[in-house]
Design a protein around this ligand. Structure first.
Ligand SMILES: C[S@@+](CC[C@H](N)C(=O)[O-])C[C@H]1O[C@@H](n2cnc3c(N)ncnc32)[C@H](O)[C@@H]1O
Length: 228
């Protein structure tokens, strides 16, 4: 009998949408190709940087266009990939206020968004997004959250107040590769799964919002502030 110690197999994460369906949808989205988007996506692959990806990008742009968004705030902009989609949607008079804690992302965002002719629509601040948000006044058509997952409940609490009626709060990674649904999956960072669960519970029990989750990629919640 083989008594070699066995390495326990890691429980598999759950892909919300089957890989073949994602590939089919990505194929449909190919007409949105631009040299800048392709450049940003290949940088993300090279640096293993977690951008939202093409399908969620198209979703963000479509939502922003559907509600006529002109003013967007991003919590966690990375090097500006999600910003690119919002900046396209808000039009030349619109504004996307970006916040990211890593200063290395600013020159990259500037390079790509200038190349795409979108930099004039962007205000990119370096720092903790919650602090930047407090320092910027007014309501937003969209508050988009893609920051560290431990920050999700607090960001929801502060953003919900400042989404205009009829506007949307959107957050990425709300399925956390299935961890929110299955107890036994190991967390990526201790406490992050529980923070996402709390965030999702807060949204879905908030009487001031209507919410749903688009399961594409890692799950994106959209919560629309009621007007009545
Ligand atoms: C998932 S990436 C953002 C990707 C970007 N939204 C996109 O799709 O292109 C998360 C980014 O948030 C930043 N970040 C995380 N927590 C933050 C916080 N509380 N305040 C500011 N930036 C934060 C990180 O530096 C990182 O660049």
């Amino acid at each position: 009998m083989d008594d070699t110690p066995q390495i326990p197999s890691r429980p598999a994460l759950i892909a919300p949408v089957h890989r073949e369906i994602e590939a089919y949808l990505a194929d449909l989205a190919q007409p949105t190709d631009t040299p800048t988007l392709i450049g940003m996506e290949s940088l993300a692959v090279r640096q293993s940087f977690p951008i939202v990806g093409r399908l969620c990008g198209v979703f963000l742009k479509t939502l922003a266009l559907a509600i006529g968004a002109r003013r967007v705030f991003e919590f966690g902009s990375g090097f500006g990939y999600s910003t690119h989609w919002f900046a396209t949607a808000v039009g030349p008079e619109g504004r996307v206020v970006c916040a990211d804690s890593d200063p290395a992302n600013l020159p990259l965002a500037k390079h790509f968004l200038k190349e795409a002719g979108l930099w004039e629509r962007v205000e990119f601040r370096i720092g903790q997004a919650q602090g930047v948000f407090r320092s910027v006044g007014g309501e937003f058509d969209i508050c988009y959250n893609d920051a560290d997952k431990c920050d999700y409940p607090d960001i929801w609490r502060m953003a919900r107040e400042r989404v205009r009626p009829g506007g949307c709060y959107i957050a990425d990674n709300v399925l956390w590769h299935g961890r929110v649904a299955r107890e036994c999956l190991p967390d990526a960072v201790p406490g992050w799964t529980e923070a996402i669960r709390e965030h999702n519970r807060l949204i879905f029990t908030d009487p001031g919002f209507d919410a749903f989750v688009n399961p594409t990629r890692d799950g994106m919640v959209v919560a629309r502030r009621k007007t009545g």
